[in-house]
Design a protein around this ligand. Structure first.
Ligand SMILES: Cc1ncc(COP(=O)(O)O)c(C=O)c1O
Length: 284
């Protein structure tokens, strides 16, 4: 099964033309989204993701016309309908359909579209040996805490990474590291774990908060403080977190080795804790 779509509760084929030309998501990027990974047929941390889509929607004054339970149910329906065990479910709300103008039109209904697609696990070689990253200026707007459809800054950053043979672009703004194009960044120096605080400059990642919980349980010293590009280049360990990134060690930035250029022990321990949580919650 290749995958399937669900638009306002109705199943559609992935190649069906279902976006009306005047959907505000299509014309203005006026909407929010989420991505949930399915492991062993179970949508992982789906409640947390759906809580966040409510938050993102409320920050741009979209009133979601479903309950959290209904949104979770749509995820389960997509899994059941396709029988996919390892999959990515993408959901987006747009403000609705109306003749194009900037200010919010009155009386339109937000539109939900979802897709499920098979998901291939991350390259085990990269997981075992670590990935390369590149530093790029953060050229996005100043509401990066909203998971909005406007991703051009992230798209261009990721493209720079790909053109340079890197897994991720790590962004900096005003002299401090913010986050990756689609991941959060953790930096370890002298056994202290640093990650940028959850303000308007980063997305409060669900994987980020899961990892922070583990780090505190393991009694590591954690500082939710942004570090400089110079600090990250001289770190002992760096890793990325994200739904589709899981916990990805970074062993080189700007072609410069991080630490000894090998995956470090703290990264490995937090990575394993995260993968064990997936195992416990999804494969039992
Ligand atoms: C910009 C950005 N930061 C961080 C993340 C990681 O968030 P999460 O762990 O909730 O997937 C993402 C995920 O897509 C992202 O797009």
């Amino acid at each position: 099964m290749e995958g399937i779509g669900l638009v306002d509760g109705k199943f559609v084929e992935l190649d069906e033309y279902v976006v009306p030309i005047e959907d505000r998501g299509h014309q203005l990027g006026d909407g929010v989204y989420e991505a949930v990974l399915v492991y062993g047929g179970k949508p992982f941390l789906v409640v947390e993701h759906m809580e966040r889509i409510f938050k993102s929607a409320s920050m741009i004054k979209i009133d979601i016309p479903y309950t959290l339970e209904e949104l979770v149910k749509f995820h389960l329906q997509l899994v059941e309908k396709t029988g996919l065990k390892e999959a990515l479910i993408y959901s987006q709300f747009t403000r609705g359909i109306a003749p194009r103008k900037h200010a919010f039109p009155q009386g339109i209904k937000p539109r939900l579209s979802m897709t499920i697609r098979p998901w291939t696990k991350l390259d085990p070689y990269l997981k075992a040996n670590g990935a390369k990253a590149i530093l790029v200026p953060d050229e996005r707007w100043l509401k990066c805490n909203i998971k909005s459809l406007n991703l051009l800054g992230n798209v261009l950053a990721k493209q720079t990474a790909h053109e340079n043979g890197c897994f991720e672009a790590i962004m900096y703004r005003d002299g401090f590291i913010t986050e990756g194009a689609n991941s959060n960044v953790f930096v370890i120096k002298d056994n202290v774990i640093h990650t940028a605080p959850t303000d308007n400059k980063i997305l409060a990642g669900i994987t980020r908060s899961t990892i922070l919980k583990f780090a505190r349980e393991f009694n590591y010293v954690v500082k939710e403080e942004a570090v400089t590009p110079d600090f990250i280049l001289n770190a002992d360990e760096v890793f990325l977190t994200g739904t589709t990134t899981e916990v990805m060690p970074v062993v080189s930035i700007n072609n410069q080795k991080i630490g000894d250029g090998k995956v470090g022990p703290i990264t490995r321990k937090l990575h394993d804790a995260y993968m064990n949580k997936i195992q416990r919650e999804c494969y039992v």
